[in-house]
Design a protein. Sequence first.
Length: 250
Amino acid sequence: MNLIFPQGLLPGTYKMAAIDFDSTSFKGLKSNSISDIVPLADTLVWLGTGAGLAVLRDTSSIYTITSNAAATAGQLSNETPVGGVTALAASQKTLFAAFATTIQDTTFGNGLIYSTDATGNSIDWTYFDQPVDTEGDSLAPFAKRFFKTLPITVAGFNVTYDAAISGNYIWITSWAGGLRRYNISQKVWERVPLPQDGDQILFTCESSNYEDTQSGDVLKDFYLNPRDPWDGVSDKLVKPHVYGHHNHKA
């Protein structure tokens, strides 16, 4: 398949940092699998591939960004985590990507990166480990209040498969991780409550929907749980939190 772009649509040159972009990245694609194609700021086209993040910089040149297996949460410059791209989103100059790797037939989320300016000569990324909870995270903060939830502590199968950027938030959905959002200005991740199976709406704004506790205002009659729902046969009252809601799986 041939891709034809109008003349002048994409830039003829692209550099990262002080060194030639061509010399620091792999020329071409390392994988024939492309999960996402995202134009950015009318100047570049970013590609999420099975072997990393790539960029189309003119009508014929594609480069795969250098990956770093030793990357840790924090700041990255001109390189990405190792793995395939499972989600890719853009808004104006901001770019977000999620990565995953497979170890012994189990897929693991390998972190998330975003940059508020992925169009310049140098790209600085903010890199997050794949979001997971601790055993004690049974009360999740949301919009200055709280809701009860089952902590998601597993790393295996916790893979982000979709993302969107809207205003001050980056939204992600992850298998075994649910729906979460990142507040860009406050630099904090939040779990997001969703309606339970059978409910069309979940009200989280009205004060009357919360109960006053020592921990703060907690959403009434709600428990976020992505496990399978009750099978209709087992004794539901023995361990009520064993059963969850399909809608909470995001």
